[in-house]
Design a protein around this ligand. Structure first.
Ligand code: HEC
Length: 274
């Protein structure tokens, strides 16, 4: 009798051991469950653009309540006039202080924005010799000297938001934060130019040559801003980039590596509020 019980227990043990070995837990699959219609565990998820019977308008994604202001949003209630550009200069404060780490990170992001949206006209260094200007578009003034240097940050943001004469507006392409980033990049370019007035050691001869040739027409241009003054300076703008172009090609790979680092490509949220 005892013997039989022992055999039965031994067999049971062997079966249990076999089950233990054969029924490995597969962590990649859900455990076996019995669900008796408990929807708290399985709530139905609607796709963003899916029809939805739970809302009056039948849509899943709902618009914000009218008058909603996103937290931290900077509201720009200006008109596209020079007067309002002035007002923007007085009322708007740059959210990034240049001396801080945040400020320099902002300028880094702005460099990428500038490279993408601005150099076609303003040239890589902001002096205005971009390829579009070389092909007949009214050449923009240098961003390193003159008016841009004197304008307040808010005024630059106004120009980027609403445009100015033949300068297009970028409200649709760039978020407000990205526009501040590019303003900070321009400030950095200006600072670099101010700190190193006579950098061009190798191209010094060329630079001085072209500068002295161009200076009369360049100085005459900003105050008058008439179409014929643009025509006058167009040939001058054609000479300049030739010299700058060489300079640019030589430093291009370095500049690209610096600018195209992925972590610098986080130019904020893309809300398209003007
Ligand atoms: C299609 C060519 C073009 C593009 C692209 C462009 N600009 Fe301009 N920009 C101009 C022209 C032309 C002017 C001069 C407008 C005027 O006559 O008042 C100008 C003027 C400016 C001014 C004011 C300069 C002053 O002294 O009045 C700023 C600042 C400026 N641009 C920044 C930018 C930035 C930043 C970008 C990129 C986000 C950009 N621009 C893209 C053509 C362009």
């Amino acid at each position: 009798m005892l013997y039989r019980i022992n055999v039965a227990l031994g067999l049971a043990l062997a079966v249990l051991f076999a089950l233990l070995v054969s029924m490995r837990v597969d962590n990649s699959r859900p455990n076996f469950e019995v669900n008796l219609g408990d929807d708290m565990a399985y709530s139905p998820a609607y796709g963003s653009f899916e029809a939805n019977p739970n809302f009056v308008n039948g849509q899943t994604m709902q618009r914000p309540v009218p008058g909603t202001i996103a937290r931290g949003a900077q509201l720009l209630h200006f008109e596209s006039t020079p007067q309002d550009a002035q007002r923007a200069g007085e009322e708007l404060t740059n959210p990034f202080s240049p001396a801080t780490e945040e400020g320099s990170a902002s300028a880094d992001r702005g460099a990428l924005v500038f490279r993408t949206f601005c150099i076609a006209c303003h040239g890589p260094d902001g002096t205005g010799g971009g390829p579009v200007a070389q092909h007949g578009f009214p050449p923009p003034p240098s961003l390193l000297t003159g008016k841009t240097l004197e304008m307040k940050d808010g005024q630059l943001l106004h120009i980027l938001t609403y445009g100015q004469n033949s300068m297009p507006q970028f409200a649709a392409q760039l978020s407000v934060a990205s526009r501040w980033d590019v303003v900070n990049h321009i400030r950095r370019l200006q600072q670099q130019a101010a700190n190193a007035p006579d950098v061009a050691s190798t191209d010094a001869a060329l630079a001085i040559e072209t500068a002295s040739e161009d200076s009369p027409s360049e100085e005459a241009e900003p105050p008058t801003n008439e179409p014929d003054s643009n025509e006058e300076s167009a040939p001058a703008a054609e000479q300049e980039p030739a010299a700058e172009g060489e300079q640019e090609n030589r430093s291009a790979p370095e500049a690209e590596n610096r600018i195209l680092q992925p972590e610098s490509i986080a130019p904020s949220e893309t809300e398209s509020q003007p």
